[in-house]
Design a binder for this molecule. Structure first.
Ligand SMILES: [Zn+2]
Length: 350
Protein backbone atom coordinates (compact mmCIF):
# COMPACT_ATOMS: atom_id res chain seq x y z
CA UNK A 1 0.00 0.00 0.00
CA UNK A 2 2.80 2.39 0.90
CA UNK A 3 4.57 1.71 -2.43
CA UNK A 4 1.31 2.11 -4.32
CA UNK A 5 0.74 5.56 -2.75
CA UNK A 6 4.33 6.57 -3.55
CA UNK A 7 3.84 5.57 -7.20
CA UNK A 8 0.56 7.49 -7.40
CA UNK A 9 2.26 10.60 -5.94
CA UNK A 10 5.25 10.43 -8.30
CA UNK A 11 3.12 9.82 -11.40
CA UNK A 12 0.75 12.64 -10.49
CA UNK A 13 3.56 15.17 -9.88
CA UNK A 14 5.31 14.32 -13.14
CA UNK A 15 2.07 14.66 -15.15
CA UNK A 16 1.09 17.91 -13.44
CA UNK A 17 4.47 19.54 -14.12
CA UNK A 18 4.38 18.71 -17.83
CA UNK A 19 0.76 19.83 -18.31
CA UNK A 20 0.40 22.40 -21.15
CA UNK A 21 -2.85 24.07 -20.16
CA UNK A 22 -5.70 24.25 -17.63
CA UNK A 23 -7.76 21.65 -19.46
CA UNK A 24 -5.00 19.09 -19.26
CA UNK A 25 -4.51 19.92 -15.59
CA UNK A 26 -8.19 19.30 -14.85
CA UNK A 27 -8.00 15.92 -16.59
CA UNK A 28 -5.02 14.99 -14.40
CA UNK A 29 -6.94 16.06 -11.28
CA UNK A 30 -9.86 13.80 -12.24
CA UNK A 31 -7.44 10.96 -13.03
CA UNK A 32 -6.13 11.01 -9.46
CA UNK A 33 -8.64 12.81 -7.25
CA UNK A 34 -11.93 12.28 -9.14
CA UNK A 35 -14.69 9.89 -8.02
CA UNK A 36 -12.98 6.93 -9.62
CA UNK A 37 -9.48 8.47 -9.52
CA UNK A 38 -6.58 6.27 -8.46
CA UNK A 39 -6.10 8.00 -5.09
CA UNK A 40 -9.86 7.92 -4.32
CA UNK A 41 -9.89 4.16 -5.04
CA UNK A 42 -6.85 3.71 -2.77
CA UNK A 43 -8.76 5.48 0.04
CA UNK A 44 -11.59 2.98 -0.30
CA UNK A 45 -9.13 0.15 0.23
CA UNK A 46 -8.37 1.37 3.81
CA UNK A 47 -11.45 -0.40 5.06
CA UNK A 48 -9.90 -3.71 4.03
CA UNK A 49 -6.76 -3.10 6.06
CA UNK A 50 -6.14 -4.48 9.58
CA UNK A 51 -7.45 -2.10 12.23
CA UNK A 52 -3.99 -1.18 13.62
CA UNK A 53 -2.75 -0.02 10.18
CA UNK A 54 -5.75 2.13 9.34
CA UNK A 55 -4.70 5.42 11.09
CA UNK A 56 -1.17 5.38 9.58
CA UNK A 57 -2.44 4.67 6.07
CA UNK A 58 -5.19 7.26 6.44
CA UNK A 59 -2.58 9.90 7.32
CA UNK A 60 -0.36 8.87 4.36
CA UNK A 61 -3.26 9.10 1.92
CA UNK A 62 -4.17 12.57 3.23
CA UNK A 63 -0.57 13.72 2.85
CA UNK A 64 -0.42 12.39 -0.77
CA UNK A 65 -3.71 14.09 -1.54
CA UNK A 66 -2.40 17.35 -0.08
CA UNK A 67 0.81 17.21 -2.13
CA UNK A 68 -1.11 16.53 -5.38
CA UNK A 69 -3.58 19.37 -4.68
CA UNK A 70 -0.75 21.82 -3.86
CA UNK A 71 1.19 20.91 -7.01
CA UNK A 72 -1.96 21.40 -9.11
CA UNK A 73 -2.65 24.83 -7.62
CA UNK A 74 0.96 25.93 -8.08
CA UNK A 75 0.91 24.88 -11.74
CA UNK A 76 -2.45 26.60 -12.19
CA UNK A 77 -0.96 29.90 -11.00
CA UNK A 78 1.71 29.77 -13.72
CA UNK A 79 -1.02 29.52 -16.39
CA UNK A 80 -2.79 32.52 -14.92
CA UNK A 81 0.32 34.74 -14.89
CA UNK A 82 1.64 33.89 -18.37
CA UNK A 83 -0.04 34.01 -21.76
CA UNK A 84 -0.19 30.68 -23.57
CA UNK A 85 2.07 31.85 -26.40
CA UNK A 86 4.78 32.75 -23.91
CA UNK A 87 4.53 29.31 -22.32
CA UNK A 88 4.77 27.65 -25.70
CA UNK A 89 7.87 29.75 -26.40
CA UNK A 90 9.35 28.77 -23.05
CA UNK A 91 8.78 25.17 -23.99
CA UNK A 92 10.82 25.72 -27.16
CA UNK A 93 13.48 27.73 -25.39
CA UNK A 94 14.10 24.90 -22.97
CA UNK A 95 15.33 22.81 -25.91
CA UNK A 96 17.18 25.69 -27.62
CA UNK A 97 20.72 24.83 -28.61
CA UNK A 98 22.87 27.90 -27.99
CA UNK A 99 25.75 26.50 -30.07
CA UNK A 100 23.60 26.27 -33.21
CA UNK A 101 24.60 28.85 -35.91
CA UNK A 102 22.08 31.70 -36.27
CA UNK A 103 20.03 32.67 -39.33
CA UNK A 104 22.01 35.11 -41.46
CA UNK A 105 20.02 38.33 -41.88
CA UNK A 106 19.31 39.48 -45.43
CA UNK A 107 21.22 42.73 -45.89
CA UNK A 108 20.05 45.02 -48.67
CA UNK A 109 22.21 47.26 -50.86
CA UNK A 110 21.89 50.34 -52.98
CA UNK A 111 19.97 50.11 -56.24
CA UNK A 112 22.31 50.08 -59.31
CA UNK A 113 20.93 53.44 -60.41
CA UNK A 114 21.71 54.94 -56.99
CA UNK A 115 25.21 53.47 -57.08
CA UNK A 116 25.93 55.14 -60.44
CA UNK A 117 24.33 58.39 -59.23
CA UNK A 118 26.48 58.48 -56.09
CA UNK A 119 29.63 57.79 -58.11
CA UNK A 120 28.69 60.58 -60.53
CA UNK A 121 28.13 63.03 -57.66
CA UNK A 122 31.60 62.21 -56.28
CA UNK A 123 33.26 62.78 -59.68
CA UNK A 124 31.52 66.14 -60.17
CA UNK A 125 32.27 67.22 -56.60
CA UNK A 126 35.96 66.60 -57.30
CA UNK A 127 35.63 69.02 -60.23
CA UNK A 128 34.13 71.71 -57.99
CA UNK A 129 30.46 71.26 -58.94
CA UNK A 130 27.71 71.86 -56.41
CA UNK A 131 24.68 69.54 -56.21
CA UNK A 132 21.15 70.95 -56.50
CA UNK A 133 17.66 69.51 -56.45
CA UNK A 134 14.57 70.81 -58.20
CA UNK A 135 10.81 70.29 -58.59
CA UNK A 136 9.50 67.47 -60.79
CA UNK A 137 6.36 69.53 -61.44
CA UNK A 138 7.72 72.51 -63.32
CA UNK A 139 6.53 75.74 -64.89
CA UNK A 140 6.53 75.93 -68.68
CA UNK A 141 8.63 79.08 -68.23
CA UNK A 142 11.62 77.17 -66.80
CA UNK A 143 11.14 73.91 -68.71
CA UNK A 144 10.96 75.63 -72.11
CA UNK A 145 10.77 79.39 -72.41
CA UNK A 146 13.90 80.37 -70.52
CA UNK A 147 15.76 77.69 -72.47
CA UNK A 148 15.13 79.53 -75.72
CA UNK A 149 12.09 77.39 -76.60
CA UNK A 150 9.11 79.80 -76.86
CA UNK A 151 5.54 78.54 -77.11
CA UNK A 152 5.53 78.17 -80.91
CA UNK A 153 9.00 76.58 -81.22
CA UNK A 154 9.05 73.32 -83.21
CA UNK A 155 11.63 71.82 -80.77
CA UNK A 156 8.75 71.32 -78.32
CA UNK A 157 7.53 68.53 -80.58
CA UNK A 158 10.67 66.50 -79.81
CA UNK A 159 9.68 66.27 -76.14
CA UNK A 160 6.20 64.82 -75.77
CA UNK A 161 5.08 66.62 -72.61
CA UNK A 162 2.67 65.73 -69.83
CA UNK A 163 0.83 68.90 -68.83
CA UNK A 164 -1.14 69.04 -65.60
CA UNK A 165 -4.88 69.54 -65.65
CA UNK A 166 -5.27 72.97 -64.08
CA UNK A 167 -8.98 73.44 -64.77
CA UNK A 168 -10.68 74.92 -61.72
CA UNK A 169 -7.47 76.53 -60.43
CA UNK A 170 -5.87 79.95 -60.96
CA UNK A 171 -3.15 78.49 -63.19
CA UNK A 172 -3.62 78.97 -66.94
CA UNK A 173 -3.87 75.61 -68.76
CA UNK A 174 -0.53 74.64 -70.32
CA UNK A 175 1.55 76.49 -67.73
CA UNK A 176 2.48 73.54 -65.48
CA UNK A 177 3.90 70.18 -66.57
CA UNK A 178 5.97 67.24 -65.39
CA UNK A 179 9.46 68.41 -66.31
CA UNK A 180 10.76 66.88 -69.51
CA UNK A 181 14.38 67.75 -68.76
CA UNK A 182 16.46 68.61 -65.71
CA UNK A 183 17.74 71.57 -67.77
CA UNK A 184 14.69 73.33 -66.33
CA UNK A 185 16.85 74.03 -63.27
CA UNK A 186 19.32 76.16 -65.27
CA UNK A 187 16.98 79.15 -65.20
CA UNK A 188 15.99 78.68 -61.57
CA UNK A 189 19.59 78.55 -60.37
CA UNK A 190 21.16 81.15 -62.65
CA UNK A 191 18.39 83.63 -61.78
CA UNK A 192 19.62 83.52 -58.18
CA UNK A 193 23.40 83.00 -58.45
CA UNK A 194 25.85 85.21 -60.29
CA UNK A 195 28.77 83.60 -62.18
CA UNK A 196 30.98 81.71 -61.62
CA UNK A 197 28.40 78.95 -61.26
CA UNK A 198 29.15 75.23 -61.46
CA UNK A 199 26.16 73.01 -60.62
CA UNK A 200 24.77 69.55 -61.33
CA UNK A 201 21.10 68.63 -60.90
CA UNK A 202 20.32 64.91 -60.76
CA UNK A 203 16.66 64.02 -61.12
CA UNK A 204 13.79 62.30 -62.83
CA UNK A 205 12.13 63.47 -66.05
CA UNK A 206 8.86 62.51 -67.66
CA UNK A 207 7.83 62.30 -71.30
CA UNK A 208 4.81 60.86 -73.04
CA UNK A 209 6.93 58.52 -75.12
CA UNK A 210 6.85 55.07 -76.60
CA UNK A 211 8.75 52.81 -74.18
CA UNK A 212 11.45 50.60 -75.67
CA UNK A 213 14.84 49.09 -74.73
CA UNK A 214 16.52 52.51 -74.55
CA UNK A 215 13.58 54.85 -73.79
CA UNK A 216 11.37 55.15 -70.72
CA UNK A 217 8.44 57.51 -70.01
CA UNK A 218 10.23 58.23 -66.74
CA UNK A 219 14.03 58.47 -66.79
CA UNK A 220 16.94 59.84 -64.80
CA UNK A 221 19.27 62.60 -65.97
CA UNK A 222 22.09 64.57 -64.45
CA UNK A 223 21.91 68.12 -65.71
CA UNK A 224 25.11 70.12 -65.38
CA UNK A 225 26.26 73.59 -66.29
CA UNK A 226 29.27 75.80 -65.81
CA UNK A 227 29.29 79.56 -66.42
CA UNK A 228 32.32 81.79 -65.91
CA UNK A 229 34.52 84.16 -67.86
CA UNK A 230 36.31 82.49 -70.74
CA UNK A 231 34.66 79.04 -70.62
CA UNK A 232 35.53 77.35 -73.92
CA UNK A 233 34.21 74.54 -76.05
CA UNK A 234 37.35 72.49 -75.36
CA UNK A 235 36.57 72.73 -71.60
CA UNK A 236 33.27 71.02 -72.34
CA UNK A 237 34.87 68.24 -74.41
CA UNK A 238 37.51 67.68 -71.72
CA UNK A 239 34.88 67.53 -68.96
CA UNK A 240 32.73 64.98 -70.84
CA UNK A 241 35.75 62.82 -71.64
CA UNK A 242 37.04 62.91 -68.03
CA UNK A 243 33.68 62.25 -66.37
CA UNK A 244 32.59 59.36 -68.60
CA UNK A 245 35.95 57.60 -68.35
CA UNK A 246 35.85 57.97 -64.55
CA UNK A 247 32.31 56.58 -64.35
CA UNK A 248 32.71 53.80 -66.86
CA UNK A 249 36.15 52.64 -67.85
CA UNK A 250 39.35 54.31 -68.99
CA UNK A 251 39.15 52.41 -72.30
CA UNK A 252 35.59 53.26 -73.39
CA UNK A 253 35.15 54.54 -76.93
CA UNK A 254 33.52 57.96 -77.30
CA UNK A 255 32.60 60.01 -80.31
CA UNK A 256 31.03 63.44 -80.73
CA UNK A 257 28.57 64.60 -83.36
CA UNK A 258 27.09 68.01 -83.99
CA UNK A 259 23.41 68.42 -83.21
CA UNK A 260 20.90 71.14 -82.49
CA UNK A 261 19.24 72.04 -79.20
CA UNK A 262 17.69 75.50 -78.95
CA UNK A 263 19.39 76.22 -75.60
CA UNK A 264 22.95 75.64 -76.81
CA UNK A 265 25.11 76.91 -79.67
CA UNK A 266 26.97 74.94 -80.87
CA UNK A 267 25.33 71.71 -79.71
CA UNK A 268 26.97 68.30 -79.61
CA UNK A 269 25.89 64.78 -78.88
CA UNK A 270 28.20 62.34 -77.12
CA UNK A 271 27.98 58.72 -78.16
CA UNK A 272 29.54 55.83 -76.26
CA UNK A 273 30.24 52.45 -77.76
CA UNK A 274 27.44 50.11 -76.68
CA UNK A 275 28.79 47.85 -73.93
CA UNK A 276 25.97 45.36 -74.34
CA UNK A 277 27.01 44.33 -77.88
CA UNK A 278 30.53 45.90 -77.90
CA UNK A 279 29.78 47.86 -81.04
CA UNK A 280 28.26 44.99 -83.01
CA UNK A 281 24.66 46.23 -82.79
CA UNK A 282 21.74 45.25 -80.53
CA UNK A 283 18.20 46.34 -79.64
CA UNK A 284 19.52 48.78 -77.01
CA UNK A 285 21.71 50.72 -79.45
CA UNK A 286 19.21 50.27 -82.31
CA UNK A 287 21.79 48.13 -84.16
CA UNK A 288 24.16 51.11 -84.48
CA UNK A 289 26.77 49.93 -81.95
CA UNK A 290 26.66 53.39 -80.28
CA UNK A 291 24.43 54.88 -77.59
CA UNK A 292 23.61 58.58 -77.14
CA UNK A 293 24.76 59.23 -73.60
CA UNK A 294 25.51 62.90 -73.00
CA UNK A 295 24.00 65.68 -75.13
CA UNK A 296 25.72 69.01 -74.47
CA UNK A 297 26.78 72.35 -75.88
CA UNK A 298 27.79 75.94 -75.20
CA UNK A 299 24.92 77.75 -73.47
CA UNK A 300 23.02 79.90 -75.98
CA UNK A 301 23.50 83.68 -75.46
CA UNK A 302 19.69 84.04 -75.27
CA UNK A 303 19.58 81.73 -72.24
CA UNK A 304 22.31 83.73 -70.49
CA UNK A 305 20.46 86.96 -71.27
CA UNK A 306 17.15 85.54 -69.98
CA UNK A 307 18.63 84.99 -66.52
CA UNK A 308 20.23 88.43 -66.43
CA UNK A 309 23.83 87.47 -67.22
CA UNK A 310 25.99 89.66 -69.48
CA UNK A 311 26.56 87.31 -72.41
CA UNK A 312 29.43 89.49 -73.64
CA UNK A 313 31.37 88.91 -70.44
CA UNK A 314 30.55 85.33 -69.46
CA UNK A 315 30.13 82.08 -71.33
CA UNK A 316 29.32 78.57 -70.28
CA UNK A 317 28.55 75.02 -71.20
CA UNK A 318 25.70 72.67 -70.26
CA UNK A 319 25.21 68.94 -70.54
CA UNK A 320 22.80 66.20 -69.53
CA UNK A 321 23.92 62.68 -68.73
CA UNK A 322 21.32 60.01 -69.39
CA UNK A 323 21.75 58.31 -66.01
CA UNK A 324 19.38 55.41 -66.72
CA UNK A 325 21.30 54.70 -69.92
CA UNK A 326 24.65 55.06 -68.19
CA UNK A 327 23.65 52.50 -65.53
CA UNK A 328 22.36 50.17 -68.23
CA UNK A 329 25.66 50.44 -70.14
CA UNK A 330 27.82 50.14 -67.03
CA UNK A 331 26.21 46.86 -66.03
CA UNK A 332 26.07 45.63 -69.64
CA UNK A 333 22.30 45.23 -69.72
CA UNK A 334 20.52 45.39 -73.05
CA UNK A 335 17.31 47.02 -71.81
CA UNK A 336 16.92 49.95 -69.41
CA UNK A 337 13.50 48.68 -68.30
CA UNK A 338 15.43 46.12 -66.21
CA UNK A 339 16.37 49.02 -63.90
CA UNK A 340 12.79 49.61 -62.85
CA UNK A 341 11.95 45.94 -62.45
CA UNK A 342 11.41 45.19 -58.75
CA UNK A 343 12.30 41.49 -59.11
CA UNK A 344 14.88 40.73 -56.39
CA UNK A 345 16.50 38.04 -58.54
CA UNK A 346 17.61 40.89 -60.83
CA UNK A 347 18.49 43.44 -58.14
CA UNK A 348 20.54 40.99 -56.06
CA UNK A 349 23.02 40.73 -58.93
CA UNK A 350 24.34 44.27 -58.42
ZN1 LIG B 1 24.35 47.50 -78.64
Amino acid sequence: MKDKLLNIKNEAISLILSAQDKKELEEIRIQFLGRSGSLTLAMKEISKLPKENKPQMGQLINETKGIIEDTISQKLSTFDSLPREALAKWGRLSTFDVTEPGIKPNIGHLHPLTQVLQDAIEVFKSLGFQIADGPEIEKDKYNFEMLNIPKDHPARDTQQSLYLDTRGSKVTPGEILLRTQTSAMQGRIMEKIKPPVRVIVPGKNFRYEQVDASHGFEFWQIEGFFVDTNVRFTDLLGTIDYVLRKLMDENIKLRFATTNFPFVEPGIDTYMECTSCVGVGCSFCKMSGWSEIMPAGMIHPNVLRAVGYDNQKVSGFAFAIGLSRLATLRYKMDDLRILTNPDLRILEQF
